[in-house]
Design a protein around this ligand. Structure first.
Ligand SMILES: [Ca+2]
Ligand SMILES: [Ca+2]
Ligand SMILES: [Ca+2]
Length: 176
């Protein structure tokens, strides 16, 4: 596994542990879902419901696949195992990526403006300089917009254990 992938996964763990308990639990995903929905002010109920169910599915998949000691929580060591068998998470990540990117495109024109992207990524817990660097890496057009499909692909790449030097590496603090 590429070292980059470990950094990306460790960062995700810290972000997903929204309540700072040191483990991932169902409550973390409910909390993050409500934060993300709260900033999606332009989105309709359908898009908001889709991201809430995507977060819930995310948690269900994690605890089903990774809770090796069966304590109902996913610790950092358990979580790191997700990169060992990424194919078990493909469908879940795909649904999550599409739901999140759709939330970034409330008018449905296939384009995401930087402020909307920034609001959603901030709600997830990423830091502003990393968010800006990621958006730039997605090569926005002259109107400072990226496409929904570029973001969906970027989210899925983030989880690929062999991926290195990808746009998502900009999210890791101290990353190049
Ligand atoms: Ca937690
Ligand atoms: Ca556990
Ligand atoms: Ca749009």
């Amino acid at each position: 596994m590429a070292a980059d992938a470990v950094d990306r996964v460790d960062l995700l763990f810290r972000l997903f542990d929204v309540d700072g308990s040191g483990d991932l639990e169902a409550a973390d995903f409910e909390l993050m879902a409500s934060r993300v929905v709260a900033v999606a002010s332009e989105s309709g109920d359908e898009a908001k419901d889709a991201i809430v169910s995507a977060f819930r599915r995310y948690w269900t998949t994690l605890v089903t696949e990774l809770d090796a000691d069966r304590d109902g929580r996913v610790g950092i060591e358990e979580f790191r195992a997700c990169v060992l068998s990424p194919e078990r998470f493909d469908d879940t990540i795909d649904e999550f990526a599409r739901a999140l990117a759709a939330l970034g495109d409330p008018d449905g024109d296939g384009l995401i403006e930087r402020p909307v992207f920034t609001a959603l990524m901030t709600a997830i817990g990423f830091k502003r300089p990393n968010i800006d660097a990621l958006f730039d890496a997605f090569e926005p057009n002259d109107d400072d917009q990226i496409t929904v499909s570029v973001w969906v692909t970027g989210i899925k790449d983030y989880y690929q254990p062999d991926a290195t030097g990808i746009a998502g590496d900009h999210l890791v603090p101290g990353a190049r």
